[in-house]
Ligand binder design. Structure first.
Ligand code: S3P
Length: 172
């Protein structure tokens, strides 16, 4: 079966949801940030600080490409992945299914504590909100758009994904 890619902004719940979806579907789970960290032997923050964002993005795209060679994977992408048209093309080419997890900005903000916000692309709330608004149209290009309130648990979101996938399969 084709891979499933979870896309969306930082704090959208991609990793937590991805783990549940993979477990339920009996698929392997890949967290793209973890894979990049492993590849470069540094944390995401360290990669940004010492090697720079370009190196992070190159590695991220290369590792994304490797996932498209596999099947049956559930992949939680980093928040920047789906904003890159080349990355989107990679996913489209293998006819994988992309799912946009879309909680409102307020829910993202209240979910991420100060520690969580210490991410390289989250400089302050104002800048992060502008990035969220800028990227949203890209995320909307995903095959499935899940409008969330932010109050759902990862299990709830996994249920929503299951229903959406069933609908797609019925329609094709
Ligand atoms: C990023 C999001 C992060 C991580 C890196 C860059 C982004 O992943 O890939 O810090 O550009 O939005 P999460 O979305 O899992 O936080």
């Amino acid at each position: 079966m084709s891979n499933l890619y979870l896309v969306g902004f930082m704090g959208a719940g991609k990793t937590a949801t991805g783990r549940v979806v993979a477990r339920r579907m009996g698929r392997a789970f890949v967290d793209l940030d973890d894979v990049v960290e492993e590849r470069l032997g540094l944390s995401v923050r360290e990669i940004f600080e010492t090697l720079g964002e370009d190196r992070f993005r190159e590695t991220e795209s290369a590792e994304l490409g490797k996932t498209t060679l596999g099947s049956d994977l559930v992949v939680a992408t980093g928040g920047g992945v789906f904003s890159d048209p080349d990355n989107r093309r990679l996913i489209e080419k293998v006819e994988a299914v992309s799912v946009f997890l879309d909680p409102p900005w307020e829910a993202i903000c209240s979910r991420l504590d100060e520690n969580d916000r210490a991410r390289p692309k989250w400089i302050d709330d104002r800048q992060a909100r502008a990035l969220f608004v800028k990227r949203r149209p890209d995320y909307l290009l995903a095959d499935i758009h899940l409008e969330l309130t932010g109050a759902e648990s990862p299990v709830d979101v996994a249920d929503m994904i299951r229903s959406a996938l069933a609908e797609i399969q019925c329609a094709t």
